[in-house]
Write a protein that binds this ligand. Structure first.
Ligand code: SF4
Length: 423
């Protein structure tokens, strides 16, 4: 590939995280972490960066910094017409986005991040707006949608370059800069945000396992860790900025052998969250105690598929053992939660309910994680090719893989809320 510009002087990059289009969207510690890392790296090399994060909320924080994102109803794409729920744009879009971009000096290059595959119409519309406002400026697109649906992204997003996976070597080479390994990545660049209720970060990237429903191995080609000193310094910098809530985006947080070192001498008031779930088999007495002392709030165990993946006995024993150790470390019953994936292909919802009851008996709060289709995962062979081909049908809200049992979902949700004592 030839350079998109002559690298004689330092350049200005516009980084943009598009809005979302969906049936629902909530700021569950949602930040464009990849773009924030790239922003830091570009600055290290002397470039300027401007970030437009269309999903950032500047008010309305609820528990631990999470919160609702402003939305406005939009027309449902034809392929979703069988679903009656309201379909909306979330975040900054349309005229408001146009006006914000109009005020930005024309950059030398634009980096467009993509996230959920079924949000692609919003990413495509954002690229269109960028083309109109900044004609002639090269656009590079990356992120989960581009990685998981590379051909579809090339057909639908008007960009000049596409980058798949978490490795940024190809991008750095494109702009004529030295690539940096994950270990060398600086802290994410939060300087673009005026106010922040929380920060997200990683101590590691990737996961050594390969669960059939997961696409992580398509994004990270291995398991990588950051230097403990760098993570520690970063966490302390958030605290001095008044940010106490930190969500780890790690895919296998407890598998990082340097995790304890990362959190050594961190201020006690800091609170750590595990939105991706943690591996129950990695919790022994020492880890449980470390988590309690370090400020991990409501640890969320990845129970995932107690019955559906042929690993029920092992997983159930792991969960029982992890819960016992977390209790012994001081977590009360209501403080421990576990994710169960709902909507997997061939899953029987009756089994899911039994799994929820099992977790409830252990004193664990059940969190239902609605399954979104991940093309290229181990489930490709048993998912309808029409669904794999159309990213709008990957949407977890429509439960694309359990058509026959779909009508019982509201009852399952009510029953789980009842078990959790929320009704
Ligand atoms: S589901 Fe979790 S444990 Fe399984 S491969 Fe994905 S990140 Fe790893």
């Amino acid at each position: 590939m030839s350079l998109p510009f002559t690298l004689t002087t330092k350049k200005q990059f516009l980084l943009i995280n598009p809005y979302a289009c969906d049936f629902t969207c909530y700021d569950y510690w949602l930040k464009p972490l990849g773009l924030l890392y790239i922003s830091s790296l570009l600055k290290l090399y002397g470039h300027k960066t401007v970030l437009v994060d269309c999903l950032h909320r500047s008010f309305g924080a609820e528990a631990y910094g999470k919160g609702r994102i402003d939305s406005m109803e939009r027309e449902r794409p034809d392929v979703l017409n069988g679903y009656t729920r309201k379909y909306s744009n979330y975040g900054i879009f349309g005229k408001k986005l146009h006006n914000i971009l109009k005020q930005i000096e024309s950059p030398d290059m634009i980096l467009l991040s993509t996230s959920m595959t079924y949000w692609y119409p919003a990413a495509a519309e954002t690229a269109e707006i960028l083309r109109n406002i900044f004609p002639g400026v090269k656009i590079a697109a990356g992120g989960s949608y581009v990685t998981l649906c590379p051909d579809h992204a090339r057909e639908n997003i008007d960009a000049d370059y596409f980058f798949e996976g978490a490795d940024i070597t190809a991008f750095m080479e494109l702009i004529g800069e030295k690539p940096a390994s994950f270990e060398e990545w600086p802290a994410p660049d939060y300087s673009h945000y005026g106010s922040l209720d929380y920060a997200v970060t990683r101590t590691s990237g990737g996961c050594g396992r390969s669960c059939p429903y997961c696409g992580i191995s398509r994004i990270w080609k291995g398991f990588f860790t950051r230097k403990a000193e760098a993570v520690k310094k970063e966490l302390k910098s958030y605290y001095s900025r008044g940010i106490k809530d930190i969500a780890f985006y790690d895919d296998a947080l407890l598998e990082n052998p340097a995790l304890e070192e990362c959190l050594e001498s961190i201020p006690e008031a800091m609170r750590f969250h595990t939105p991706n779930g943690i591996n129950p088999s990695a919790i022994d007495n020492r880890t449980a105690l470390f988590m309690r002392k370090s400020g991990f709030i409501s640890p969320a165990l990845a129970a995932d598929t107690l019955g559906s993946a042929g690993q029920s006995k092992t997983t159930a024993l792991n969960i029982e053992s992890a819960v016992e150790k977390l209790h012994a470390a001081g977590y009360g019953s209501g403080e421990i939660s576990a994710y169960l994936i709902m909507g997997l292909p061939r899953q029987r919802l009756g089994d899911l309910l039994k799994e929820a009851v099992f977790l409830n008996r252990l004193g664990v709060r059940v969190l239902l994680a609605e399954y979104a289709v991940v093309p290229g995962s181990g489930y490709d062979e048993i998912i309808d090719p029409k669904i794999l081909k159309e990213p709008l049908l990957h949407n977890n809200s429509i439960f694309p893989c359990i058509k026959k049992e779909r009508e019982s979902i509201p009852d399952i949700k009510i029953e789980v809320s009842r078990l959790n004592g929320e009704l």
